[in-house]
Design a protein around this ligand. Structure first.
Ligand SMILES: Nc1ncnc2c1ncn2[C@@H]1O[C@H](COP(=O)(O)OP(=O)(O)O)[C@@H](O)[C@H]1O
Ligand SMILES: [Mg+2]
Length: 362
């Protein structure tokens, strides 16, 4: 119930007027008119003063507090859109401001938690969907074999091979998921060392050469000098980044396409760019390709053995190196993925540290 300042002002003004009349009546020879004036003036003055003081300095603020509480109870948070008056010296106004700040903080926390819950729900749905595909496929082949296809020599080997392929895809998916989650909870440690990029690039090329050759795609390394390209980074993780990018450039390229890995020395860092003249990525998809399970062309990517996690892992690794990846792409012409790595502190010496091996993805 809101408090009434008028009632309190009336009561107090009556009391003050009563007191002044009582005192006046003790003075000898006071006329009735004087007593009347002695009652009216203190009454009106004190009524006005008390009313104004209560109404404007106390009750208005208290009523505002009531309103805020009522709205909080009803979970009506529209009042949070209005900013509080800053720097007030009035204690009640300050309480109001404090409540405003408290309510805004809680609201922000609630929003954040709701967003996280939605993200988790979506992620679990995605994982289940991704796991379902290879499991169903392998299950289908195995059951068909058990139901009699095993006796058919022509079909037997084909079905077994297909079941094995699905299980390999499942293994790759689980492995990538594990890597991502371990990176997120910090159980994969990064071991930074100084090393030459030219130590790992030929190895990546060698691993992916047969894939490229099968589709007559040429892999080229473009560099301005034969001097070492020394960087300070985690060698195994950067190996994985380059491997993922080149593997994508082969997978999403046309037959007979070109994949170039270019190294450029800058003042304090080295730029690594992977360029292809493949199908390119539409502008709307570019900002989403680093999300888990996001694929521009779902069916084609799966057909090519992609888990949809490669670029999410790449992004994680590069973020841990305090760097980020940039993409430029035009549909039908090709894409360029590039990132920078800090140059080695000591450009000649290579400091060896024990490094943790993570299996390659593609
Ligand atoms: N070089 C590229 N050219 C065209 N599209 C690409 C390229 N690299 C990545 N993409 C797109 O980004 C998606 C996400 O890539 P990635 O996370 O590596 O998953 P995937 O397992 O599908 O390769 C791919 O499905 C593909 O659509
Ligand atoms: Mg990939």
């Amino acid at each position: 119930m809101p408090l009434r300042s008028r009632g309190i002002a009336l009561l107090l003004a009556f009391a003050i007027a009563g007191l002044s009349v009582a005192f006046l009546s003790l003075v000898e020879g006071v006329t009735g008119f004087q007593l009347f004036v002695g009652a009216v003036i203190p009454f009106s003055v004190s009524y006005l003063l008390i009313y104004i003081t209560f109404e404007f300095l106390i009750f208005r603020e208290i009523n505002k507090l009531y309103n805020v509480f009522e709205k909080l109870q009803k979970k009506d948070l529209t009042f949070l859109d209005k900013k509080p008056s800053k720097g007030s010296f009035h204690p009640l106004k300050r309480i109001n401001d404090e409540i405003y700040i408290y309510a805004t903080d809680r609201q922000r926390e609630i929003d954040e938690l709701q967003k996280l819950a939605a993200f988790r729900r979506e992620f679990i749905a995605d994982i289940s969907h991704e796991l379902k595909t290879p499991i169903f496929s392998a299950q289908g082949y195995v059951h068909t074999l058990l139901d009699g296809a095993i006796d058919d020599k022509a079909v037997r080997m084909k079905f077994l091979k297909r079941a094995a392929k699905s299980l390999n895809a499942l293994d790759k998916l689980v492995h990538d998921l594990l890597t991502l989650s371990q990176m997120e909870n910090g159980s994969i440690r990064f071991h930074y060392e100084d090393f030459d990029l030219l130590e790992i690039i030929p190895e990546v090329f060698e691993q992916l050469e047969h894939k490229a050759e099968r589709r007559e795609i040429s892999l080229q390394l473009i560099k301005k000098s034969d001097k070492p390209y020394m960087v300070h980074a985690d060698k195994d993780k950067i190996f994985r980044v380059i491997q993922n990018l080149i593997s994508n450039s082969i997978k999403y390229n046309k037959d007979g396409g070109i994949v170039e890995l270019q190294l450029d020395r800058n003042k304090s860092d080295i730029t690594i760019s992977v360029r292809d003249n493949g199908k390119g990525i539409p502008a709307d998809d570019i900002k989403r390709i680093f999300e888990r399970f996001y694929r521009v062309d779902k069916s084609r990517s799966k057909e090519k053995g992609g888990t949809g996690l490669g670029l999410a892992i790449v992004k994680h690794i590069l973020e841990a190196h305090q760097t980020k990846i940039t993409v430029t792409s035009s549909v039908g012409k090709g894409s360029v993925f590039s990132f920078k790595l800090q140059k080695a502190v000591n450009p000649v010496a290579t400091i060896e540290e024990p490094t943790e091996k993570i299996n390659s993805m593609d």
